[in-house]
Design a protein around this ligand. Structure first.
Ligand code: FES
Length: 260
């Protein structure tokens, strides 16, 4: 898998799963993306056949079989994703990808993965890769309630080293994903682990602070509104210690040490 190539292509939808209110998983037949994507990367999807809405929507990759199939998970949050949710099996999606810089897997450190809400898909894809490489790991997924359990995908079936958290306690532990992450970090030498995180910005900021304070190596994946998706419009820039960086190009995965 590589993070350096992209294509615009038309990918037929082969399966749709509406697994919770407003949450969808689309499986696409997209061999080029499946063969070239890496965990943390995304595709930029044109939501409508017409030219409105104009902007594409960045959707992170939940899974890839490495051959032809990719899974995308998204939540309906506005007009664009609502239009996308009306697509049916057999429709073709106009997409560009794979885009963005992937997670860098640190081979000699135990991986602590933490995903929150629709930040779980890239963490799920990263888990599959870490599992494939048989690297030591622990995965934490935080979601609203048990109806969203499918966000965690294969994790509960393919490892014993995980914890699910829900806001309402209807599945797993009641509370936020950062609580078990703190417990995991309390139990280890900070130099022996690497944290990988994707979720809402308050979660990312809390994890960045936690890991920077403890000297833990950490990568975080930001979600941002995007226009072009490949570095041309600077509309997705965020402030880092190195100056403004484009989430779509220098990111979406950044080192926590790039932030205060
Ligand atoms: Fe255009 Fe990032 S979305 S530069």
């Amino acid at each position: 898998m590589s993070g350096s190539v992209k294509q615009q292509l038309f990918a037929p939808i082969v399966e749709i799963d509406r697994f919770a209110d407003g949450l969808y998983r689309f499986a696409l037949n997209a061999p080029f993306v499946a063969q070239h994507c890496a965990p943390g990367q995304f595709v930029n999807v044109k939501v409508a056949h017409e030219n409105y809405p104009l902007l594409r929507r960045p959707l992170s990759i939940h899974d890839s079989d490495g051959i032809r199939r990719i899974d995308l998970v998204f939540r309906v949050v506005g007009e664009g994703t609502a239009i996308l949710a009306e697509r049916r099996v057999g429709d073709e999606l106009d997409l560009i990808g794979p885009l963005g810089s992937p997670f860098r897997i640190i081979k000699d450190k135990r991986a602590l993965l933490a995903g929150g809400g629709v930040g779980i898909p890239p963490i799920h894809f990263l888990f599959r890769e870490i599992q494939r490489r048989e690297l030591p790991h622990f995965v934490i997924c935080g979601m609203r309630n048990k109806d969203e359990a499918a966000l965690a995908g294969a994790i509960p079936y393919e490892t014993e080293h995980y914890e699910l958290c829900t806001d309402d306690g209807s599945l797993g532990r009641k509370g936020l994903a950062i609580d078990p992450l703190i417990e995991q970090l309390n139990a280890v030498d900070p130099a022996s682990v690497a944290v990988y995180c994707c979720g809402p910005e308050p979660m990312l900021r809390a994890v960045i602070r936690l890991c920077n304070e403890r000297g833990v190596e950490c990568q975080v994946s930001f979600e941002q509104q995007m226009a072009c998706g490949f570095g041309a419009c600077i509309g997705c820039s965020i402030e880092t210690k190195k100056g403004y960086q484009r989430v779509c190009t220098e990111g979406p995965v950044f080192s926590a040490s790039d932030f205060e």
